[in-house]
Design a protein around this ligand. Structure first.
Ligand SMILES: Nc1ncnc2c1ncn2[C@@H]1O[C@H](COP(=O)(O)OP(=O)(O)OP(=O)(O)O)[C@@H](O)[C@H]1O
Length: 238
């Protein structure tokens, strides 16, 4: 069964009398463990699609099924619970909390996920070690965000998203503003988490080379999916 199914998704933003159609008739599904890149020009609806898939915004038409469950049929509390349990976000606008260390930011993500979980877990220190090693941030965990470079902050944000072992990772431009070395580390981390941990990864990117790391590439234009092709699925510089 697909882990994500989008059916006839549409979204129109309304501000006053103005209506902005952002998504039209979007249909696709994603299998568990698949890595899907989403590309397309600015304004084509990529972020809007992510907000809807992540249960942060309601669709105007159509539906999203996560593990067969329709988001729209859940109460706000149930939707929040499901989001915390299943989805990890790597969004540039969801910055790290400035008063906490990198470690504190990762811990709090675990604590928040635990709030809604039926079975409480303790922080998985071996997973933390593993992620910090792969992302090259072991020596930086005691530092606050303002003492970290942009690339390090982005890698901490990835560790924060993955520490809860979400079944779905939504990453919006995770390599934006990163140099090649950091960008490769992030892409390879996402590639690994999909292949080895069976995490489903959806990644928005403007970089065609980054998109190739995915199994499938969806192209959006004017709120529609206009093309679906295979990616190489190969890590960068492998
Ligand atoms: N809150 C909002 N209110 C009104 N219109 C919006 C809102 N958010 C997005 N839009 C509009 O919806 C359309 C799709 O925007 P969206 O941010 O999803 O595109 P995008 O492909 O992610 O763009 P980018 O690559 O620049 O981030 C655009 O025309 C945008 O101006």
């Amino acid at each position: 069964m697909p882990i994500i199914t989008a059916q006839n998704l549409g979204k129109t933003y309304r501000s006053g009398k103005l209506q902005v159609p952002a998504l039209r008739n979007v249909n696709f599904s994603v299998e568990p463990g698949e890595f899907v890149a989403i590309v397309g020009p600015s304004g084509s609806g990529k972020s809007t699609l992510f907000y809807i898939l992540g249960g942060l915004t309601a669709a105007t038409t159509g539906s999203v099924l996560i593990d067969g469950v329709d988001f729209a049929k859940l109460s706000d509390a149930e939707r929040t619970k499901m989001r915390r349990a299943k989805i990890g976000f790597v969004f540039q606008r969801f910055n790290l909390l400035p008063t906490l260390s990198a470690m504190g930011n990762i811990e709090i993500a675990h604590d928040i996920a635990n709030l809604g979980a039926a079975t409480k877990t303790t922080l998985d220190l071996s997973l933390l070690d593993h992620l910090a090693g792969l992302l090259g941030i072991q020596g930086r965990l005691d530092h606050r965000p303002n003492e970290l470079s942009g690339g390090e902050q982005q890698r901490v944000a990835i560790a924060r998203a993955l520490i809860t072992r979400p079944s779905i990772v939504l990453a919006d431009e995770p390599t934006g503003n990163l140099d090649t070395k950091n960008s490769d580390a992030v892409l390879n981390m996402l590639r690994t988490s999909s292949r080895e941990l069976n995490q489903t990864v959806l990644m928005i990117t403007h970089n065609p080379e980054a998109a190739q790391v995915a199994d499938r590439i969806l192209t959006m234009r004017d709120g529609e999916i206009t093309n679906i092709e295979k990616g190489s699925g190969v890590p960068v510089h492998a």
